[in-house]
Design a protein around this ligand. Structure first.
Ligand code: CAO
Length: 415
């Protein structure tokens, strides 16, 4: 079966996490992704957080599946010519260098347009245009400047960053959408364009509900679903809300059986209004279903702590999976806190290809996260990440270089 992006060639100038996340997705959808790296070194993550001596790290392998790797020294004059040939052959150039690095190499937007007016040039940067546009940015910086850190954590603690890589992988996802959109527009205009996904913007987009709450707070001075209500105080900015739900259905994380020794024996429990009567029945507080202090969502808001404490008395008598099974029977929304170990061993995630075992010639078998987006007419087969420069000769031959020319370029240090 063909793939959605068959025939699309991506010149992949990305490194670390944000850019590689984007190009890996495009590769999974069928694009031919040619990753350009420096000979002898490659993407810095090949050797970061290494767990097997001499093998590419999991950091690298898990972000670079289904790609080809070519080595080119883009600061070498002959290397630049190879890159020019690639620019003429590809549809999209994706990069996440520090601001200005592509220009310093000599590949300005104008130069790229001269070489290939259909070329889409897609970039991840830390910030969009403005006072910080020249700054280098990593994941946690993006979480801090995009509003995630100030709104994550508990009220009495410092700002907290989340393990979900919303700055890097999140922005890579945004960029991928920008690229396919630009490819679609090109089918009508015939022209390429620049696509920019700034990490600050990507994180803020994912924190949209907190900007919603900022404006609610400014209008009303209080947010009744936040744990600060009714006894705490609200300041000028959206406070950290612990595990409170970001939506209109209050929720919290509750202890389950075994919490004393298992750090993940917890469940997220949502007191969804339409199933309130069922909740009362399950936890044995039938009288709350009709009592005026508990029967309506508004009446419950000032009593959420007491209500969750009462639900927790029930969840503590069950394992998180027992609680999930019982609650689901009554359509009560909840979710066990799954550890990475539990997720890695989850059979259903393996069946759907969300967790995939991959074989690598140097490191052997390892697990990775497969394509989380499933297309019925474009299924994803995850193939291992390339070794450094594994496809240099193959790609050079496709560009029309003879074996003798390839050898000469190698001797000159251009590839
Ligand atoms: N041949 C020759 N030179 C090459 C090359 C190649 N194949 N590939 C890269 N280089 C050069 C670049 O031209 C650049 O040189 P100059 O500084 O002389 O212009 C140099 O390598 C380093 O690039 P860099 O500044 O992007 O790398 P860094 O390690 O110093 O910074 C990072 C890393 C991530 C902070 C920075 O790239 C950045 O801010 N990127 C944008 C935001 C981003 O994506 N952050 C997420 C990072 S985690 O996903």
């Amino acid at each position: 079966m063909g793939k959605a992006l068959d025939g699309v060639r991506i010149l992949d100038f990305t490194h670390v996490q944000s850019g590689p996340t984007c190009t890996q997705l495009l590769a999974w959808f069928g694009a031919d992704v040619i990753k350009v790296e420096r000979a002898g070194a490659g993407d810095i993550t090949r050797e970061q957080l290494r767990d097997v001596a001499g093998a590419d790290s999991l950091y690298f392998t898990m972000l670079n599946h289904n790609k080809r790797s070519v080595t080119i020294d883009t600061k070498n004059p002959e290397g630049k010519l190879v890159l020019e040939a690639l620019i003429q052959k590809c549809d999209v150039l994706v990069e996440n260098f520090a601001p200005g690095a592509l220009d310093r190499m000599g590949f300005t937007w104008e130069r790229i347009q001269e070489l290939n007016p259909r070329m889409i040039v897609a970039s991840v940067k830390g910030f969009g245009p403005g006072p910080y546009e020249d700054c280098k940015v990593y994941e946690n910086v993006a979480q801090c400047v995009g509003g995630a850190a100030s709104t994550t954590g508990f009220d009495d603690g410092p700002p907290v960053v989340t393990g979900a890589q919303i700055g890097d992988s999140g922005t890579g996802l945004h960029l991928a959408l920008g690229i396919v959109t630009a490819l679609y527009q090109r089918t009508m205009t015939g022209r390429g364009q620049k696509v920019l996904a700034a990490m600050q913007d990507g994180v803020l987009n994912l924190c949209r509900v907190k900007l919603r709450d900022q404006q609610r707070l400014e209008r009303t001075g209080v947010m009744k679903e936040y744990p600060q209500y009714p006894n705490g105080t609200f300041g000028e900015a959206v406070p950290r809300a612990g595990n409170a739900s970001g939506g209109g259905q209050p929720g919290w994380i509750l202890k389950c059986k075994g919490w004393e020794h298992d750090p993940n024996a917890y469940i997220y429990f949502i007191t969804q209004a339409p199933v309130w009567v069922k909740i009362c029945n399950v936890i044995g507080r039938e009288e709350w279903a009709t009592h005026p202090d508990y029967a309506t969502p508004d009446a419950r808001l000032p009593r959420l702590k007491e209500i969750f404490a009462e639900v927790e008395r029930w969840t503590m008598t069950k394992t998180k999976f027992e609680a999930m099974e019982i609650l689901n029977k009554y359509d009560i929304p909840c979710g066990p806190i799954l550890s990475m170990k539990e997720i890695a061993e989850d059979e259903s995630l393996r069946k759907t290809g969300t967790i995939v075992e991959v074989d690598h010639p140097v490191r052997g078998k390892y697990l990775t996260v497969g394509n989380p987006i499933k297309l019925s007419d474009s299924p994803t087969e995850v193939t291992r990440s390339p070794l450094l420069g594994e496809h240099t000769d193959e790609v050079m031959a496709e560009l029309g270089y003879s074996p003798a020319q390839i050898d000469a370029l190698r001797t000159a240090g251009a590839i």
